[in-house]
Ligand binder design. Structure first.
Ligand code: SF4
Length: 465
């Protein structure tokens, strides 16, 4: 049977899509190759969020065409995901040795198309059309054999985004918001828990908008369960109702979600943190800028005050909550004063960590054509200054854990040193400790003895009690 190697660029959504494609192919009899040179099929799952990510995938494909395909002339090469969606057949026009271009609503067609290509029935396939109900097709998992997925799993709950932030290409590559039904998602989570999964992360481009569009009674599968679970408003957003439904699953220990939007943090969601014990004390709230003027240019839909108000409420509900964020520096028109406001917001919130990005012009997005594009040198300098501030705050936050006891869910051997084990705190911090394979999947209390750079170290004596 043919073997496949999938290389993934970009976010957790892409990781999840790749896993689903890999699982789909394994079910059809494909094996997973350990390297691209040993594979009959190589797929690059691409990201379009920054130019650098696109260039990496293009260079990788050129490299594959230039070297690997020379040794394996029958090897099938394909692009899938966001860049495949946005560039379509242009990718094959530029690199005629590419055989397949699979858009973001077509992952479930990977096996069918590869079979046709391998059998010589078709020479090239480009499919980037929209497909109704494709949001419900990312469902297969690769359990067993992956330490990460056997303890924790990612479940795709929706696709697309209607926020149209002016810097972001996602609404154009992932399409309109489309949500799966609650019973469908719960059934997938139940299945995962029955296979040993303890922690589920609900995934989507803007999960706090779950169920707000393209979701309704007509789309629910038939059956008694579906009848009982038709969402009603009742003061709770469909997303909070989904959290409640997943929370009911016996055997599931923890629930996370990503990526939310700050404007989706209404009181019902803040209150859910206090009310649902399986919903862990962790929130990734992408703020992007601390300046109201820039937030407006970005079309983010909230102000600095509203953002700070959400943080205050979350900390009131859960004082130990870990809060991380995404920030873009050098958005078109960002002045030194705007940037100073971002710095001051970072100091005021005291994020546990922040992912900082230098603004990257994405074609066809409104921000790409905005005046006053910020020169690269200034973007780099602001990136550096903000990073220093964020790292300093993060270090203090991590140091504050030393001497405390905290609960971790053990995920498996440490990537850097497989002789040690790693676990994750409820507030999403990695803890490395001298554990053993038997600890995998367990909830343990450990004493934190040392803090490194965004990693904590736990006391094995406590583990062995
Ligand atoms: S909410 Fe997120 S995914 Fe949607 S447009 Fe804005 S940045 Fe992009």
């Amino acid at each position: 049977m043919p073997s496949v190697f999938i290389k993934t660029y970009g976010c957790q959504m892409n990781e999840r899509d790749s896993e689903a494609v890999a699982a789909q192919l394994v079910t059809k009899g494909y094996s997973l190759a350990k390297s691209e040179s040993a594979a009959d099929v190589v797929l690059l799952n691409t990201c379009s969020v920054r130019d650098l990510a696109e260039q990496k995938a293009i260079n990788k494909m050129k490299n594959l065409v230039g070297t690997a395909k020379k040794d394996r002339p029958n090897q099938i090469l394909g692009y899938m995901g966001c860049m495949a969606q946005s560039r379509g057949k242009e990718l094959i026009e530029k690199l005629p040795d590419v055989d397949l271009v699979l858009g973001t609503q077509k992952f479930h067609r990977a096996a069918e198309y590869l079979d046709e290509l391998l059998a010589g029935k078709r020479e090239k396939i480009v499919d980037v059309e929209a497909e109704a109900k494709s949001e419900a097709t990312i469902r297969e998992h690769l359990l067993n054999g992956s330490a990460k997925t056997s303890v924790s799993a990612f479940v795709s709950i929706m696709q697309g985004c209607n926020q149209y932030c002016t810097f972001c290409i996602v609404p154009y590559t992932r399409g309109e918001e489309r949500s799966r039904s609650i019973p469908d998602i719960v059934a997938e989570c139940r299945q995962l828990v029955s296979q040993g999964v303890k922690e589920i992360t609900l995934l989507g481009q803007i999960v706090t908008s779950y169920g707000k569009r393209g979701f309704g009674r007509a789309e629910l599968p038939l059956g008694q369960d579906a009848q009982q679970r038709v969402p009603t408003t009742d003061g709770k957003s469909p997303f909070v109702q989904l959290l409640e439904a997943v929370h009911e699953i016996r055997g599931l220990e923890r629930i996370r979600f990503t990526a939310p939007h700050p404007k989706g943090y209404d009181d019902d969601l803040v209150e859910a943190y206090a009310r649902l014990p399986k919903l862990v004390e962790s929130a990734h709230l992408p703020v992007q800028s601390g300046s109201d003027r820039v937030l407006k240019l970005m079309h983010r839909g909230y102000t600095r005050d509203r953002f700070l108000g959400i943080i205050k409420k979350l900390r009131r509900a859960k004082p130990d909550i870990g809060i991380t964020t995404d920030i873009i520096v050098g958005f078109p028109g960002e002045t030194e004063d705007d940037f100073e406001q971002t710095l001051s917001l970072a100091r005021e919130v005291q994020f546990d960590n922040a992912y900082i990005f230098k603004y990257s012009q994405r074609r066809d997005t409104p921000a790409a054509g905005m005046p006053d594009q910020v020169p690269l040198k200034i973007r780099e300098e602001r990136n550096h200054r903000l990073l220093e501030t964020v790292n300093e705050i993060g270090k203090r936050k991590y140091d504050a854990f030393v001497g405390r006891r905290t609960q971790i869910l053990v995920e498996g051997p440490s990537k850097k040193n497989p002789a040690r084990m790693t676990g994750r705190t409820r507030c999403n911090k990695i803890v490395v400790f001298e554990g053993a394979e038997r600890h995998r999947g367990q909830l343990l209390d450990v004493k934190i003895t040392r803090a490194g750079s965004f990693t904590l170290y736990g006391d094995p004596a406590i583990v062995n009690l």
